[in-house]
Design a protein around this ligand. Sequence first.
Ligand SMILES: [Zn+2]
Length: 476
Amino acid sequence: MTKGTLSKRGHKRTGNRFTIWGGSLLAIGLGTSCGDYEPDSTPESTAHGPNVLLIVVDTLRRDHLSCYGHQSNTSPAIDALARKSVVYTRAYAQAPWTTPSIGALLSSRYPTSLGIKGDQSTLAPELLLLPEVLQDAGYNTAAVVSHSFCSARWGFAQGFDAFDETNVQGHGAVTSRGVTDQGLAFLKSQDDESNPWFLWLHYFDPHCAYVEHERPSARPDSYEGLVESGQLYRELWQARRDLNSEDYAELRRLYDSEIRHTDANIGRVLEQLEQSGDLDDTIIIFTADHGEEFGDHGSIGHARTLYEELIGVPLIAHIPGVPPSVIHQPVALIDVYPTILNTLGLTPPPGIEGRDIRPDSKDLESPRVIFSETNRGGRLRAAISGNLKLIARGRFGQLTAFELDNDPTESTPINAQQNPAALALAPVLAQWWERVQAEALPEQTIQLTGDERSQLEQLGYGGNQEQAPRRRKRKD
Ligand SMILES: [Zn+2]
């Protein structure tokens, strides 16, 4: 393919049309560019339902939701949505950190081909993002985000008539309520609109710092370890080699508390849709950009490995007219884009990498390999095919393979050099890597302000976390 197929055509609506949606809106004026993709619709002409709600929870590992088998009751509202929806048990993020993962979701392309390399990489303006296609098809489009890595500065406002980032508040802030309030205000602004809407809500609370909320469980009286509510990531990182199983249990309890709090606020949005009668006419995609590690492979946080706890994400699709079901085939976040467009009867643009994963889609049955990648903590690329996962490090010198059906926690690698399936997958991974590098858009970067840099460092990005840690000592 050529880069031209990524381009968007020139007629773009700009600016904010939702004047009643609070005073905090950023009016986005985007430039126009030429391209060769013409959606099979003209603005306003196909503007009939259903609405589309995309919910992305930052840093939400799949196995901490009750509907994915977690023991603690973290997610009553999401569980209720899951009961009405298609639930994907093996969805993969294309990267284990925010910018490349959500960039891949919104573009249906892999991070390397997007030119995303590090903290300062932004989404290129010539990409044709899902909200742009929907905007062109006559949708009113709005986003509420709560992390700078998916903010307007990082290129994520493309295609949104209105883009709210008042909840980008850094590490210690609890923002789920604010995200929902903005989302509900947008929904209210749509009461008298004849066009359908596309709303993207991005929640951030499960990301470190983990702040204690009332539920689902209280701190055990017996716990006297190193972990406290609201600790900075930097502090936890420095203590990571001293964390014991009780500390990890406490981290997970605080994390669960953030999930439950987020769930309650997502529940407020779902309840509003139910009450207004819009639920039956709304596609709802619920997912996460990546997971989080709590000592699963000897560390904490995310971005540095491609194990299941980081790239295994929840994916729940409520599609009007499609009965609830459970899908066990591996699927990917790049699939969200074509799945939504196909459901709406819109033709996905050329050059996208995802598939239509609705339960009756032929695409779902055909064999595929899903890829994921990161540049942080070393260059890692992974290929997932059926139950086999192959991870390559550096210049493909080191290959690690896991049979996920026998070893879902990836505790015991198989010998990739002696396994025929792993040996067959290795060149597929290498060829994919060659291709996405050849297709890559040039990296576009922003200069971080001092505030942005310190906020990101507190969240665990940037800076140099590998330096000699200032250890926090356990009380004896
Ligand atoms: Zn994230």
